[in-house]
Design a protein around this ligand. Structure first.
Ligand code: NDP
Ligand code: 2IT
Length: 451
């Protein structure tokens, strides 16, 4: 311990790189957090002595497993499944499951690491975890999705539990997939318990869980704008993605008087200068989820809009931006463009959508910038409320949950201010979120000793 007591930031990052070769996303996430934490703990000997950051950045457990399934043409297919249990100092591991061909250990480790801080920020008792598989749900039949989910759960079930680890959805995993996984868990264990969140309302799901991440990201944006005496009324918004988070963020922007100009998917973005109204959002939701369509089809339906293949929406002039698709989808050059075009606030619906260069640009420009671990925490927060409802065997009313979501987002904003407010009035939300999230987990770890 004596040796590592005096490790500085550069040595620490070098160690993270050495121990995690070929895992750039994980190194990126740890680097962003470590910069702020080293500054915070500079005069706090305990955190050094007990090696807290070093321990948080080594997952408690990385589980990797084979998932076999049979496709509709009777071909046997093999995918790799994972569950990363990063840290359970303040509650059971909690975090989503991602089904996407890009899934690998680096991406899930970064997500589980970020989740640890995010969950702490919500104020609810949840540790950090993440899971997923290299499975590509696009173009698969309902039967194939069911068989894949059942096979995935046939291994995952032994690693999770209502008081152990509670997965939920993420990219490629929504209510349908959660249903198939819950059914298989119940079948294998014969136990009806709140082992997953994002469930259907008939079997223990919570109202507003589908809306919570997108709505929460807009509430956070509203909280940020308020610090500068502004609101969303009349503001134009660029949003990326067209899945769960993006469509619900768009919905809330509309409800609060803003105008949504863009949505996107992995093929490109659509720009609708007339505004993507609620009716158009409903069309996108049903087109993308029920009919598995592409966002490019929007321009056939709504004539004033244009589709930009292979491009991201950050060149469209807007007041506020919400990246809601995936990691590293907003790079330094995009950030410079947004700032140059007058964007005043960025609220991340996705996890780590902005790369380190982009974060630097936003901070330098002193615009309002919320990292995903603060602004997209509404989803996991309502998951936490779903866990409480399951434990109490109760279902809370919608109005009550809506209020709780708003209060939780406001609470996260306040926690960010505690450590993020700078002398000149600028609020560094990245620093605020990192330190507030770290402190809660770190103090619990101190209480446990070396475990
Ligand atoms: P969905 O699967 O519902 O939608 C994902 C959207 O992002 C789709 O439009 C998809 O386009 C696009 N996308 C996915 N991968 C890529 C890629 N590699 N390049 C470009 N576009 C891509 O997922 P969610 O809306 O649930 O998740 C979006 C983001 O929000 C993720 O970063 C997730 O981790 C984060 N998040 C989600 C929460 C939740 O509650 N669901 C909670 C907190 C954060 P296409 O259809 O072409 O693949
Ligand atoms: O990234 C996230 O916070 C999620 N995908 C939601 C996790 C959850 O447990 O609801």
């Amino acid at each position: 311990m004596a040796d590592s007591e005096h490790v500085d930031l550069d040595e620490f990052i070098a160690g993270v790189k050495r121990r995690n070769p070929g895992q750039p996303e994980f190194v990126q996430a740890v680097t962003e957090v470590a910069q702020d934490i080293f500054e915070f703990i500079a005069d706090k000997e305990e955190y050094h002595r007990w090696q807290i950051l070093r321990r948080i950045s080594e997952p408690d457990r990385v589980v990797s497993f084979r998932v076999c399934w049979e496709d509709d043409n009777h071909n046997i297919r093999v995918q790799r499944g994972f569950r990363i249990q990063n840290n359970n100092a303040i509650g059971p591991y909690k975090g989503g499951i991602r089904f996407h061909p890009s899934v690998n250990e680096s991406i899930l480790k970064f997500l589980a690491f970020e989740q640890t801080f995010k969950n702490a920020l919500t104020g609810l008792p949840m540790g950090g975890g993440k899971g997923g598989a290299t499975f590509n749900p696009k173009g698969k039949s309902d039967g194939e999705i069911m068989r894949f989910c059942q096979s995935f759960m046939t291994e995952l079930f032994r690693h999770i539990g209502a008081n152990i680890d509670v997965p939920a959805g993420d990219i490629g995993v929504g209510a349908r997939e959660i249903g198939y996984m819950f059914g298989q868990y119940k079948r294998i264990t014969n136990s009806f318990e709140g082992v997953l969140t994002g469930k259907g309302l008939e079997y223990g799901g919570s109202l507003i869980r589908p809306e919570a991440t997108g709505y929460g990201a807009v509430y956070f944006l509203e909280n940020m704008l308020r610090t500068r005496g502004q609101g969303l009324e009349g503001k134009s918004a660029a949003i990326s993605g067209s899945g769960n988070v993006a469509t619900h963020a768009a919905e809330k922007i509309n409800q609060l008087g803003g105008k949504v100009l863009t949505l996107s998917d992995s093929e490109g973005f659509i720009h609708d200068p007339d505004g993507i109204t609620q009716e158009k959002i409903d069309w996108v939701k049903s087109h993308k989820t029920r009919r598995r369509g592409r966002i490019s089809d929007y321009v056939d339906e709504y004539k004033g809009a244009t589709f930009h293949r292979g491009e991201r929406p950050w060149g469209v002039t807007c007041d506020v931006a919400l990246p809601c698709a995936t990691q590293n989808e907003l790079l330094g050059a995009d950030a410079r463009l947004l700032v140059a075009n007058g964007c005043i606030a960025v609220s991340e619906g996705a996890n780590m959508p902005t790369d380190l260069d982009g974060v630097h640009v936003f901070k330098e420009a002193r615009i309002l910038y919320a990292p995903g671990k603060a602004s997209n925490a509404g989803g996991v927060a309502v998951s936490g409320l779903e866990m409480s409802q399951n434990s109490a065997r109760l279902s809370w009313k919608e109005a009550e949950l809506q209020q709780l979501l708003k209060d939780i987002m406001a609470g996260i904003h306040t926690r960010c201010l505690e450590y993020g407010q700078q002398g000149d009035g600028y609020i560094d939300y990245v620093k605020g979120a990192n330190i507030a999230g770290f402190k809660k987990v770190a103090d619990a770890m101190l209480a446990f000793g070396v475990v």
